[in-house]
Design a protein around this ligand. Structure first.
Ligand SMILES: NC(=O)c1ccc[n+]([C@@H]2O[C@H](COP(=O)([O-])OP(=O)(O)OC[C@H]3O[C@@H](n4cnc5c(N)ncnc54)[C@H](O)[C@@H]3O)[C@@H](O)[C@H]2O)c1
Length: 501
């Protein structure tokens, strides 16, 4: 796994935020300035005073080379550490660089409390800092990945930093990293006798390259929900046996939610459980299916009726894999992104309003933000004893509509209809307002997603399907309903007809 370098002007909180990110990612934290001081046996002001800035920069380069030779860490850099091209090249090659930026008043307020610590700023702090920022403006602006830290707590900044970096560590159910990054990163991951499970469509575009890079075996299954069956699981178990997989082998699921649900389940059950890694290739699987450890398959009686909670060892989401996905599939995945926006990220929801062209040019940001919402929810409630049910927003009606359409509707299209119908119901029962209904409809429409149940679809069949999808004999069915954009509530509903009015 790669290092994380935190960079930016003095006073942006690189060390405070860095420690929090490191704790959350279970990585070591390194403050480069402290390494320099330890190695030199004196403080930075003393080095600057006695040997001058060029000598200090030499020590900085040496310290940087030293830390990148160690296992991956979160590394806080001095405010000018990457001015030297050599240092910048070292950091870029060995990890991600995140710039922390702040307005002058924020920096002044923070730095006033520590006079003498920063030799380049001694004297008139305000004048010196303004001059330094002006001088380095172009330099700081040249770093593409940045967050603004003004008016936020260190916790909030650490969270924003992780979202921007696309780096998370989950620990509520198993321990694993969720990373947004290039699939080629897998080559640096220790893998024993890996086997790639993928479907015939994904195989055409992405299998050869990954298989060669990992020197892995591969098994290709037919594509589509209709193959998410016990027969395919059986085929996978037999393929694992024929390929000599043992308890130390790793299954790599390369595909959409159908592939990851089945490859994960086959891994969960083969020899009582072997490791698996998820490389999602649809938007829906990146932001939803790959995260949370639910695996399984369908029975003729209903979707996902058999399954296991069995988290992967790693989820690696590479947005560039989405370029081969059809427009319809991409749009379908956006329904889950809208859902995540409604659950707890109004900014993400607002982005969805900008339409598909904007989404296509900003896929990485969309993926990173939507993933963060799902992670927040499942870390709070991994086994769906309470709040995780919020993720069912749009799904009670949506699953039923999907089933009754005989899967003519893509999952996300059905969920879009479900969200619009459930939002309207929430407003009718006084839980939300017509404004929320309109916002949900507008956002889905901006993405060309459907918002109404097809007229010819029999309402009784949808209601029957809703009952089968949940517990058949339950008196009430629990809905996740929007209260406002950024907040949902769980509500038990007995009169299902009233939901579809
Ligand atoms: N485990 C969970 O928590 C969870 C959550 C949500 C959904 N799911 C499950 O996920 C499934 C739906 O997932 P999905 O929408 O990803 O469907 P999918 O896996 O069927 O993929 C959709 C289609 O896109 C193709 N495809 C995938 N990636 C591609 C790529 N990069 N380029 C070209 N074609 C590509 C596939 O071959 C398939 O034809 C459902 O079975 C659903 O139950 C699971």
């Amino acid at each position: 796994m790669k290092n994380i370098f935190l960079y930016g002007p003095p006073g942006t909180g690189k060390s405070t935020v860095g420690k929090k990110i490191a704790a959350s990612l279970k990585l070591p934290f390194v403050d480069l300035d402290r390494i320099i001081e330890t190695d030199a046996g004196m403080s930075i002001p003393k080095i600057m005073e006695g040997q001058g800035e060029p000598a200090f920069r030499d020590l900085e380069t040496a310290a940087l080379k030293k830390v990148i030779a160690e296992p991956a860490a979160v590394i806080a850099l001095g405010g000018g550490a990457l001015l030297r091209d050599e240092n910048r090249a070292i950091a870029e090659f060995n990890g991600q660089i995140l710039l922390l930026m702040a307005e002058l008043p924020t920096l002044l307020e923070r730095l006033q409390g520590e006079p003498g610590k920063r030799p380049l700023l001694t004297g008139d702090l305000s004048a010196k800092l303004s001059a330094l920022l002006a001088k380095r403006e172009g330099h700081y602006n040249s770093f593409p990945l940045k967050i603004h830290v003004d008016n936020k707590t260190a916790e909030q900044n650490a969270h924003h930093a992780q979202v921007a970096l696309g780096r998370h560590h989950l620990s509520a159910m198993g321990e694993y990293d969720v990373i947004v990054g290039q699939v080629s990163n897998l080559t640096s991951y220790p893998l024993q006798s890996p086997i790639i499970v993928t479907d015939e469509n994904v195989a055409k575009f992405h299998l050869e390259k990954l298989q060669a890079a990992l020197n892995a075996k591969a098994v290709v299954i037919p594509a589509g929900e209709e193959h998410k069956t016990l027969e395919t699981i059986s085929f996978l178990w037999k393929s694992f046996l024929e390929n000599g997989l043992d308890r130390k082998s790793t299954v790599i699921a390369l595909g959409g939610g159908v592939v990851s649900d089945m490859a994960g389940f086959a891994a969960a059950t083969y020899m009582r459980g072997i490791n698996w890694i998820c490389v999602p290739t649809t938007l829906l699987s990146m932001v939803d299916a790959s995260i949370g450890g639910k695996t399984g398959f369908d029975l003729p009686e209903g979707k996902n009726l058999i399954g296991a909670f069995y988290p992967p060892k790693l989820v690696l989401a590479d947005p560039s894999l989405l370029f081969t996905l059809s427009e319809r599939e991409l749009r379908s995945g956006m329904a889950e992104v809208v859902k995540h926006g409604i659950i707890s990220d109004p900014d993400l929801f607002a982005m969805c309003n900008r339409g598909m062209d904007w989404v296509k040019s900003n896929l990485e940001e969309v993926v990173k933000r939507a993933i963060a919402v799902k992670i927040q929810v499942i870390e709070e409630d991994p086994y769906e004893r309470g709040f995780r049910a919020a993720l069912n927003l749009g799904h009670t009606v949506g699953h039923a509509v999907e089933l009754v359409s005989r899967f003519d509707l893509r999952h996300g299209e059905a969920i879009a209809i479900g969200m619009a119908v459930e939002a309207a119901y929430a407003a009718r029962i006084g839980l939300s307002t017509p404004g929320v209904v309109k916002a949900v409809q507008d956002s889905l429409s901006a993405l060309n997603l459907p918002i109404a149940i097809p007229r010819e679809m029999p309402r009784e069949e949808i209601i029957r399907a809703m009952r089968v999808d949940k517990k058949k004999n339950a008196k009430a069915i629990r809905f996740a309903l929007p209260v406002e954009i950024g907040k949902v509530e769980l509500v038990d509903v007995t009169d299902l007809e009233s939901v579809l009015e």
